[in-house]
Design a protein around this ligand. Sequence first.
Ligand code: XIL
Length: 391
Amino acid sequence: MLAFRRAGCAGLLSLTVLGSACGGDKSAPPGILDGNAGAGGEGGNAPREPCAKSPKNVADTTLAEAYAQHFKFGVALNGFTFFDDASARADLARTEFNRATAENAMKWSSLEPTEGEYDFEAADAFVEFAEANAMQIHGHVLLWHEQVPDWVFETDRAGLLGRLEQHMAALADRYAGRVAYWDVVNEAFEDDGSLRNTPWRQILGDDYIQEVFAMADRYFPDAKLVYNDFNMYQPGKRDRVLRMLDDFDEAGVRIDAIGMQAHYHLYFPAIETIEEALTAYGDAGIEVLVTELDVNVLPIPNRSNPADENFDPDPYVECLPESVDALVADRWGELLSLFVRHADDISSVTTWGLDDGLSWLNGDRTNYALLFDRDLEPKSNYVRVIEVADE
Ligand code: XIL
């Protein structure tokens, strides 16, 4: 399944991050957006630009330290890190970050691929790694329509509620008091604010979100309960989430925070668009977590000319050109400045992965989505992010 084969702006974001993600992409040079940037890649006649190099003499601090004054700095971890405590990746994770999310280890398909056969190996290793390194643990995820085995849905309403309850009970039993935040429901709304028509909704009915939070409240009384979604800046989704918070309030159901998955692109959404949403959430008085931050730098497939034969979906195989690297650093700087401006409402920022080599945004292309390069060296965007902490 190739992300870049999808049409339109949404395609390059992810297989799940869909919708009209193109809002606010006003400043994108067409050459880069439509895959004809020509630099650093293979083929094409454009003159080659020098490759970006990761900077030397990086400031003697860490993301966690630099941002301690504002919010926690987290990272999504997978087995390359938590299964190998002596690895360079483990060192990097424990040095730079003070918060951790399991990228996949706590999803239903990892924990109970077959009914009744639990596999806690990865989740245990993740939790032990985080605890050993004093990283706050973010549990991801109790209810999602992806990475959940088919057998879960082969039942009726009462049966599905029973399975979810058992699932929560198993996690509560094993990790009671150890997980600080749980993503209770993930990606339940479309960008326009309508309810996503998942098997959860089809089987449990339109009011399932509140019911599931009430259930989570019983099993995880000590954890903060989070609603997590992508494109949380989209006005339709944003307003729907705000209405949901009011509804919970009225019904007396606990919800403690919202998670803004921040799967952004180099050129969109516009900072102002994200800021409008942050202001609205702040006004509503809800704690905000920036949960899944990464910045996709790859071109949008056939955006300006669907028949373009020169379209190169993977222009940076060899390296990222210096000029693009500089834009990437600017983008990360603007994003972190924005989060610092809203630090009163934001309790953590978490990058979705440790280093470029591990980012899910690579798919089968070569992306540069995170703060550390493939040799685990801090990149120009890291330097900018550290600078921004003190502005
Ligand atoms: C992604 C992981 O990063 C991939 O390794 C996996 O193959 C698919 O899921 N929204 C979420 C995350 O809530 O769980 C997703 O993580 C990215 C989109």
